[in-house]
Write a protein that binds this ligand. Structure first.
Ligand code: SF4
Length: 360
């Protein structure tokens, strides 16, 4: 079952969506509940990157009325970003005080290693230990995985060293394996104004909707179509399905639509800005934060660069000389991984503004 609810009153829409959903089948009063929002960067949700605190507030009100006592909010921001600053800037400190819930920065958590599908992965204990994990992603675009929603949001339940390592393993397969190892018990998707160009926000698209459902593959397959992708276009989604994490939604899936009169007039379209600039980039195991800094820089430059760009952990210990065969080629490395290049933009990840200045 999936519930989709439209409107501006985020707290009551979230609460109403849960009431109309099948969460009652799975949730028990004595359970220890962890809520996992997306606070990839410490920027307010209006920018399109992070989960609205009001969505989490609606969930907390629902849970407390249900009789749940032990509620925590868990998150680990992107590499190089501060989770604590995200809690502060995005309104989660207020939630913690007002509703007496705990905030946990998973960057400080202990890690357990488990294996699935040949991948040994380090997982944060607070995510593993929850009796009931509510996954609260933002529905938005991603420069490397096309869409980020429930499955991808679980990357905030691993340590930073693992976040880097996932990119050396091809990203999609470890994301799918991660979701086989840490169970999401319920999904509440913030589809209010997710960014359909950049994971880090900046160009939000107003969609005013909350989508809830029990399984991350079910919900992600539904959400993919909302932003113009078929489920199989999202590689980690297809792999997660094959690994048995869940099934795609189909015509048999019960879909309850609430307050459809509040739908925004224009439908959100995927702009696929990242795909526009892919041809300019040679990437090998690049972290998402690094890659999206480069995409953002190219967007600002309107794609105007004559340089050959190299990015990612695969270029460590490479001086770039063999990569630019022609004398006229100018090879530029992006990020500290390319520090062997004679020409590179430092930073791990580098700032988009530094890349722009350098390429200009
Ligand atoms: S420089 Fe970029 S690709 Fe390399 S480890 Fe840092 S963030 Fe990842």
């Amino acid at each position: 079952m999936i519930v989709i609810n439209y409107g501006n009153d985020i707290i009551s829409n979230t609460y109403e969506s849960l009431q109309a959903s099948d969460i009652h089948k799975y949730l028990r009063r004595e359970q220890k509940v962890a809520i996992k929002p997306n606070l990839v960067v410490p920027r307010p949700a209006s920018g399109g990157a992070t989960t609205h605190a009001e969505v989490v507030e609606g969930i907390i009100i629902f849970l407390q009325e249900y009789g749940i006592k032990d509620i925590s909010i868990i998150e680990s921001a992107a590499i190089g970003e501060s989770t604590r600053l995200g809690f502060k800037n995005c309104g989660y400190e207020r939630l913690a005080q007002e509703y007496k819930v705990m905030l946990f920065d998973l960057k400080d958590d202990r890690v357990t290693h488990l294996t699935h599908s040949g991948y040994q992965l380090g997982l944060c204990n607070r995510a593993l230990d929850a009796d009931f994990l509510i996954n609260v992603p933002v529905l938005k675009s991603h420069c490397q995985t096309r869409m980020t929603c429930c499955l991808k949001n679980m990357k905030g339940c691993i340590p930073d060293s693992e976040k880097r390592r996932y990119h050396t393993m091809g990203l999609h397969k470890p994301i799918a394996a991660l979701n086989a190892l840490i169970k999401t018990h319920y999904c509440v998707v913030d589809g209010i104004c997710g960014d359909l160009s950049f994971e880090e926000g900046g160009t939000p698209v107003e969609s005013k909707r909350i989508i809830v459902g029990a399984n991350p593959v079910l919900v992600d397959s539904f959400c993919a179509e909302l932003i113009g992708y078929r489920p199989d276009d999202i590689e980690h989604l297809a792999i997660a399905r094959r690994l048995g994490v869940g099934e795609y939604y189909n015509e048999q899936t019960e879909v309850v639509s609430l307050n459809t009169q509040n739908k925004p007039k224009q439908n959100a379209k995927v702009t696929r800005i990242a795909e526009r600039y892919e041809r300019l980039i040679n990437a090998d195991s690049a972290c998402s934060v690094c890659y999206s800094s480069l995409i953002y820089a190219l967007y600002r430059l309107n794609g105007r660069t004559e340089d050959k760009l190299f990015i990612g952990q695969g270029y460590r210990n490479n001086d770039g000389k063999d990569l630019c065969a022609k004398k006229t080629d100018k090879c530029v490395g992006i990020g500290d991984c390319t520090r062997g290049f004679s020409c590179f933009v430092p930073g791990c990840p580098p700032k988009a503004t530094d890349i722009i200045d350098f390429l200009r």
